[in-house]
Design a protein around this ligand. Structure first.
Ligand code: ADP
Ligand code: AMP
Length: 214
């Protein structure tokens, strides 16, 4: 099963993508996590990506598309995957569609997690991330067992630089201008499903499993 998560930054794509990956035993592929790992490791890609990410801008398509096409060609992705944070532009969606078409494959579901802009800033300022393993928490809605410490790997949790309110506002503008058109793109492709992302995390997940099936 090949699934894409759509939605504004902070809508809950990563939270739900991890649950989907666990339930359906498919890899969770997050371009944001891949870029953050590259930044942490000081790679050339990381250096290039950081300058865009810090400003709330998208990393250019030419640095992003090949990376994802390579990743979904790995053996662990043969039975499917959940893509989180990709595609984020129409050219990225087209690159993905064409790469899949060349192998006789297609996306099965594009799940749009809907959350109004007014909820996003508070969600993002309360998000705490583990940069070691990619787990995310919220100081009110999804707390770790021990404050400030990742349940999964025991490392310290941080507020991401790009989750500060000024950058979040820029990211929302970028979302509306460049990523929102993907909703229509996947609707036309006949694979769009929408869920109300303002509900409790587990209720959102129940709605998603109804769409994806058992
Ligand atoms: P995205 O991957 O779309 O940027 P995340 O999954 O990281 O978003 O979620 C953003 C923040 O909101 C995190 O702190 C997360 O714990 C919290 N969150 C996710 N889903 C919900 C929800 N349904 N209700 C309340 N908070 C949520
Ligand atoms: P995320 O972890 O999905 O919130 O992504 C964090 C940041 O990484 C974004 O604000 C972008 O700067 C960058 N990024 C992640 N995925 C992509 C993508 N598909 N295209 C361009 N930039 C991306």
């Amino acid at each position: 099963m090949r699934v894409i998560m759509l939605g504004a930054p902070g809508a809950g794509k990563g939270t739900q993508a991890k649950k989907i990956a666990d339930q359906y035993q498919i890899p969770h592929i997050s371009t944001g996590d891949i870029f953050r790992a590259n930044i942490k490791n000081g790679t050339e890609l990381g250096k290039k990506a950081k300058s865009y990410m810090d400003q709330g801008l998208l990393v250019p398509d030419e640095l992003t598309c090949d990376l994802v096409v390579d990743r979904i060609s790995q053996p662990d992705a043969a039975k499917g995957y959940v893509l989180d944070g990709f595609p984020r532009t129409i050219p990225q969606a087209e690159a993905l569609t064409n790469a899949l078409l060349a192998r006789g494959e297609k996306i099965d579901y594009a799940v749009n997690v809907e959350v109004p802009d007014e909820n996003i800033v508070s969600r993002m300022s309360g998000r705490r991330a583990c940069l070691a393993c990619g787990a995310t928490y919220h100081i009110v809605y999804n707390t770790p067992v021990k404050e400030g410490i990742c349940d999964v790997c025991g490392k310290e949790l941080v507020l991401r630089d790009d989750d500060k309110p000024e950058t979040v506002k820029k990211r929302l503008d970028v979302y509306h201008a460049q990523t929102q058109p993907l909703i229509e793109y996947y609707q036309k492709a006949g694979v769009l499903a929408e869920v109300d992302g303002t509900q409790d995390i587990n209720v959102v997940f129940e709605d998603i499993t109804k769409i994806l099936g058992a």
